[in-house]
Design a protein around this ligand. Sequence first.
Ligand code: ZN
Length: 304
Amino acid sequence: MNQFIEKNKKAIYIFIAFLFILNFFAWQEVFVLSERSESKDLSVSFLNVGQGDSTFIVTPQNHQILIDGGPDSTVVGKIAKQIPFWDRSIDLAILSHPEKDHMSGLIEILKRYKVDYILWSGVKMNSSEYLEWLKVLVAQKNKRAKIITAFAGQNIKVGDLKIKILSPSENLFAQDFSKSANETSVVAKLNYGKNSFLFVGDIDSVEEKKLVEKSQLANSHELVNLKSDVLKVAHHGSKYSSSDIFLKEVNPKFAVIEVGKNSYGHPTQETLSRLQNIGAKIFRTDQSGDIFFQSNGQNLFMLK
Ligand SMILES: [Zn+2]
């Protein structure tokens, strides 16, 4: 036991520091990013970062939001093309779940940029990347980042745009999901005027079913409307996600699959067929490269 503690002393210390710094924000339900007066179109870029997820959003008021960072530092060069070189800060970073293909690139971003708000589920995992993640969180906290535990019901107001957190359904802070964190993925819906985007991380059909049930039961306290123009397809097109009932409820015009070379067979034919059956236009980062959308709140455009 003593040997275990000795060997893992650093990891335990980092984890305790992280528990301490995070608790303060665990209960906050709504937060508002700083007010600004500019107004232009919303842009949402699904970045081609290989086998992994990364989406960069620039809002009408020029807030920069990054959801996941992909498996390596590829994202750093991609972001640099969209942010002026003198701008060293990002307003909000969301980590869907602490698996390498979503987290490693985000760690690289957190090492290079100051981030005002960091939103994630707070689940515990057992990996070297995870420890690295905690370290960058502590460093960001020291630069006054607000680190928030994500769970359903939270609303983020970003100028004219709203982000609603739909999942995880409860606060999973510090719970161990070392076997697989996919089910803990933060699901976020972004609304801008008449246009909407749904980001679902790597959830599987079990989580999808819970979301569908919630949306069908929706009451005034927890209105969950899954219907979205653009769906970031779950888990790189895995056949265990994108169930018929879920796709029917979301009914996306565009389905974006963030995927690269992999040995899992992503995206699977089953998922591609289910997306075709609901009439979604399918785009894949491994075939199209970066995929850009723009919205003025009324109309949605895909840029080529
Ligand atoms: Zn993944």
